[in-house]
Design a protein around this ligand. Structure first.
Ligand SMILES: *Cc1c(COP(=O)(O)O)cnc(C)c1O
Length: 444
């Protein structure tokens, strides 16, 4: 493949944007390809190279790059009627009603402009509602570029993971390993009275894709309820992807107090949302005292795109399609691993998928069908990653430096490191899956 056009663009970008990009993960080695346009389940770069796209904007594009007619026309109509007003519009109410109707724990919603803004506001809301400062998050988890969750370290020995964040911010953040019930119990024994909330993704989607073990979320639900703390599910990735319209909380049958949304709920435009029981969400200003506000919040173009995307998904067999192709990919990859890399682990569920380059555990005796779901009777159970640290111990360098470029050379665009989830969209076809599996066969 020829990448001259992308290289020239990157040359210009490096002069005017730090690292040449506007989001750090995009700065792939040696330089990223610049996208000219999307086409269904594909993207085409500045040099005309075509890739099967499993990045899908890092999650928002449930329907792929060609928006259905209903989404296109709603977006265009909104844009042509003046993009935004600083006064409420009907479409915000409609999207909020849609969320309240479909997501089990949601009665009310506040819309914002990014997943980061949603988790920032959710943490402030939990602190305001409980009158407590501490939050508990999972080691290695990602909740956007926010001060309270950019921490490293274990339990209450945490420090900011980036310069520019005062040490004192991290003092209020406690970490536990995902899937470790005892660790969660211990931090509640020690800090129970000071904990405002536990904040977790229902399935870690930014750190390898890690599925919860049976009973883990129930334990978090019990612990938080017992100690007067809130349970916050960050469904920015899993929302309207895992479990379809009921989201991951519906699949797991656990109701959080607060849910954060982003990505899919804006239909490809900048979005975030905080949802939950009225009693809690009404603490936001102007109904309550916890300050929350935004010039672009509830942006009509975004609201229309989100609403029409979700309506389209509700009325067509979108979830059936993406979940079936996801399953085909995961089982197809598992078959390839059995022959070529038996220690690696296929992870993911519904339309999320990834291969974790784990170092131990053989396929010989069988494996979870269609991706690791932490099934205790699976022969690989002891070896499949249970938390962020387990994923960190995988062959992350090999993934990034050898495997990812080899897939790109074959025209398959994956998220460029071991950690971020990949996504199947409604625009992908059986042929795309077959072609992708051939590429995995070559690259692994
Ligand atoms: C993407 C993501 C965020 C941040 O959302 P942005 O829109 O990038 O700010 C927060 N939480 C999770 C789980 C995410 O995947």
């Amino acid at each position: 493949m020829n990448y001259d056009g992308s290289r020239d663009l990157y040359d210009r970008a490096l002069s005017v944007m730090p690292g040449g990009v506007n989001s750090s993960v995009r700065a792939t080695q040696p330089y990223p390809f610049f996208v000219q346009k999307g086409d269904g389940g594909h993207v085409i770069d500045a040099d005309g190279n075509r890739y099967i796209d499993f990045v899908m904007g890092y999650g928002p594009l449930l329907l792929g790059h060609d928006l259905p007619e209903s989404v296109q026309s709603a977006v265009q109509r909104r844009a042509s009627e003046g993009p935004m007003y600083g006064a409420p519009t009907e479409v915000e109410v409609e999207l909020a009603e849609f969320l309240a109707r479909h997501v089990p724990s949601v009665e009310m919603v506040r819309f914002v402009n990014s997943g980061t803004e949603a988790t920032v506001s959710a943490v402030r809301l939990a602190r305001g509602y409980t009158g407590r400062d501490k939050i508990v998050i999972m080691e290695g988890s990602y909740h956007g570029a926010q001060e309270s969750t950019l921490v490293e370290g274990k339990r209450d020995e945490t420090a900011p993971s980036s310069p520019g964040i005062p040490e004192s911010f991290a003092e209020h953040t406690v970490t536990v390993p995902f899937n470790d019930e005892d660790a969660a119990r211990e931090v509640f024994e020690e800090h129970g009275e000071d904990i405002a909330a536990v904040l977790t993704e229902p399935i870690l989607g930014n750190h390898g894709i890690v599925h919860p073990v049976e009973g883990y979320h129930e334990t978090l639900r019990e612990l938080t309820a017992e100690h007067g703390a809130l349970l916050i599910f960050d469904e920015v990735i899993t929302g309207f992807r895992v479990g379809g319209l009921q989201c991951a909380q519906g699949t797991f049958g656990v109701e959080p107090d607060i849910t954060t949304f982003g990505k899919i709920v804006g239909g490809g435009f900048p979005v975030g949302a905080i949802g939950g029981k009225s009693e809690i969400i009404e603490q936001f200003t102007p109904a309550g005292d916890v300050f929350q506000s935004g010039t672009f919040s509830g942006h009509p173009v975004t609201m229309a795109a989100g609403l029409e995307t979700l309506r389209y998904a509700a009325e067509n067999d979108v979830y059936e399609h993406v979940n079936r192709l996801g399953e085909e990919l995961r089982s197809g990859i598992a078959d390839i691993l059995e022959d070529q890399a038996p220690n690696y682990t296929v992870v993911g569920t519904d339309s999320m998928f990834k291969v974790i380059f784990t170092r131990e555990g053989a396929f010989g005796d069988g494996h979870c069908e269609g991706g690791c779901t932490q099934n205790p009777s699976c022969p690989r159970y002891e070896h499949c990653p249970k938390n962020g640290a387990d994923v960190d111990r995988a062959e992350t360098e090999r993934w990034e430096r050898l495997f990812w470029p080899a897939m790109k050379e074959q025209g398959v665009f994956l998220t460029p490191n071991q950690f971020e989830s990949q996504f199947v969209s409604a625009a992908h076809t059986e042929a795309d899956i077959e072609e992708a599996l051939e590429a995995y066969k070559e690259a692994l």
